[in-house]
Design a protein. Structure first.
Length: 79
């Protein structure tokens, strides 16, 4: 059985919602860490351009990857 490594960076306020969705589909496990960074859409009204996000990391069987990625995108999407 082949495994794949899934990593996603989401809004920190969406972690609980994504975790619940992953539990609902019986995802094999989840690691969450806080990360900071900025992208193309910086908040110029903020003194510090860095914003805090959550990084999700999951090792999953190859045949479950699409299902897990879809669940993360559906539950963790912000627009």
């Amino acid at each position: 059985m082949k495994f794949k490594f899934i990593t996603a960076t989401i809004n920190i306020s969406m972690v609980d919602k994504v975790e619940q969705r992953l539990r609902k589909i019986a995802a094999p496990g989840l690691s969450v860490s806080k990360v900071q960074g900025y992208g193309a859409h910086k908040n110029f009204f903020q003194r510090d351009l860095m914003t805090t996000h959550a990084r999700l990391q999951i090792y999953a069987p190859e045949n479950r990857v699409a299902e897990i990625v879809d669940a993360i995108m559906d539950a963790g999407g912000t627009g």
